[in-house]
Design a protein around this ligand. Structure first.
Ligand SMILES: [Zn+2]
Length: 65
């Protein structure tokens, strides 16, 4: 009569595993937001600034050697 409590198995109790992905512009990991629930797949930028393509720091672009 051993009641099997764990029906599934293999799930280590990490319930709140929200999806996250890096911003395609700055590369910073952005966590899932409720506002993005509808178009999470289409979200690519972490902020409006990144969406507009503003770069806080210009990459080192020296003269081509
Ligand atoms: Zn970004």
């Amino acid at each position: 009569m051993s009641a099997a409590r764990s029906g599934g198995g293999g799930f280590a109790g990490n319930k709140a595993a929200l999806p996250s992905k890096p911003c395609v512009h700055c590369g910073r990991p952005m966590s899932w937001r409720k506002a993005w629930a509808k178009n999470w797949d289409a979200v690519k930028y972490c902020s409006e600034a990144c969406r507009r393509g503003k770069v806080p720091r210009a990459p080192a672009v020296g003269p081509a050697r």
